[in-house]
Design a protein around this ligand. Structure first.
Ligand SMILES: [Zn+2]
Length: 409
């Protein structure tokens, strides 16, 4: 296995924070943003040597569950942890040993990462890397490479609906065949709520007789979809959504974002560090301009102009459309707040455009309009045709916010 060309941690812009390094030894979580409480729980567990067989990290998307899981896995797989018997005063991961070089690339032989993947083709093998078409494999490799760079990257590939039972069975076989050699093995199961019945049952068998020296790290942002039998066998640790203020602070500290951009991005991110870093890169102020432009077109209600806009949204990159919808919903929420309490709102110094818009649409069902925007976002995620999504959205927003009110009586 290739050695790391450099000794230090990977130079990932903006996702390191040396302030969080544990003083006087212990686990560093250089990529984890905020979540000090969860990090402390994990540090204490590691130092005491009393790790459960399985952790379940719960919390909304982008809160840092997988950044923490990878951080913990890397500490356990560091040669210094093994050599010093539970780490002692070593700072983990040391980033200098061969184990760290491998875990940094997520290629450590004792680290398994399971996430929802497409069904393998008939007669496929049981190794994740052996059963997909070249295009699929390329996408899977890209996702893992992105995860290596930034642990906040979602492990998501097209057609990946569930964690495959074949992969759980392969794990069981592997753990049966190899006994504990004094080295930790870590299995990260991302989006554990995607363990469907068969896979979940196979996994439960593993949990019922946990192999020695294996730590399972499950993550989920959809707690209600987890099987209670799985939840009850894991130690739960919560990763709450980050506050807007904290996100803004961290964006300035870690990404050198200017204050205005950081505050805007933090608001749009709604508690997700991952979303926040995407917003900073996307120029949120420009996105808001764009959303306002779309609303102007809807106010005017010229069918030709609306069609042009639908085409523009549908033919552009899907992420751009999705971002526009987030901004639009946020903007409409602002309008709603302004309407509810203009006095208080005046202090926040919102734009004149927003005030004009609020007056224009006074008394309209904003909540329904926001729901329509959120529905459109979900439709896009479900891969409904963008043109159709845009059409429906425009139709609903026109009707809810701008079309003449039907005469009463
Ligand atoms: Zn190390």
């Amino acid at each position: 296995m290739a050695q790391a060309p450099e000794g230090g941690p990977p130079a990932v812009a903006g996702v390191r924070n040396d302030k969080q390094d544990a003083a006087g030894g212990g686990v560093r979580f250089p990529h984890l943003v905020a979540q000090e409480r969860a990090a402390d729980v994990l540090r204490r567990a590691l130092r005491s040597g009393r790790l459960p067989h399985a952790y379940l990290f719960l919390g909304p998307e982008g809160a840092g569950k997988e950044a923490a899981a990878i951080g913990l896995a890397r500490a356990l797989l560091c040669d210094k942890y093994r050599d010093a018997d539970a780490g002692g005063e070593a700072v983990l991961p040391c980033e200098e040993c061969p184990g760290c070089a491998q875990s940094r690339r997520l290629t450590h032989p004792n680290l398994r990462i399971l996430f929802p993947l497409p069904k393998p083709k008939e007669g496929g093998g049981e190794e994740i890397r052996e059963e997909y078409s070249t295009a699929q494999q390329k996408r899977i490799d890209e996702v893992l490479a992105a995860k290596e760079q930034d642990p906040y990257t979602p492990l998501s590939v097209p057609g990946g609906q569930e964690i495959l039972v074949e992969h759980i069975r392969a794990l069981r076989r592997e753990f049966r065949l190899t006994s504990f050699s004094g080295e930790w093995r870590v299995v990260l199961i991302s989006q554990a709520d995607r363990l469907r019945l068969q896979a979940a049952n196979a996994f439960l068998k593993l949990l019922e007789e946990p192999p020695k020296g294996v730590l399972f790290l499950l993550t989920s942002s959809r707690e209600s979809r987890l099987l209670p039998t799985i939840v009850s066998r894991c130690q739960t640790l919560r990763f709450p959504a980050l506050s807007t203020e904290r996100i803004a602070e961290e964006l300035q500290a870690r990404l050198d974002a200017d204050r205005g951009t950081a505050e805007l991005a933090a608001r749009l991110a709604r508690g997700s560090w991952r979303a926040a870093t995407e917003w900073v890169r996307a120029d949120p102020a420009a996105e808001i301009e764009r959303a306002v432009e779309v609303l102007r077109i809807l106010v005017k209600g010229d069918p030709g102009e609306m069609d042009v806009e639908v085409d523009r949204l549908a033919s552009g990159p899907g992420e751009a459309f999705a971002r526009l919808l987030v901004v639009l919903a946020d903007w409409l929420r602002d309008v709603m707040r302004y309407e509810a309490d203009p006095e208080r709102y005046a202090h926040l110094g919102r734009s004149q455009v927003l005030v004009k818009f609020a007056r224009h649409c006074a008394g309209r069902p904003f909540e329904q309009a926001i729901e329509a925007v959120d529905d459109a976002r979900l439709d896009l995620e479900r891969r409904v045709q963008p043109a159709l999504v845009a059409h429906q959205l425009f139709f609903h927003l026109r009707r809810l916010l701008f079309a003449p009110m039907p005469a009463v009586g």
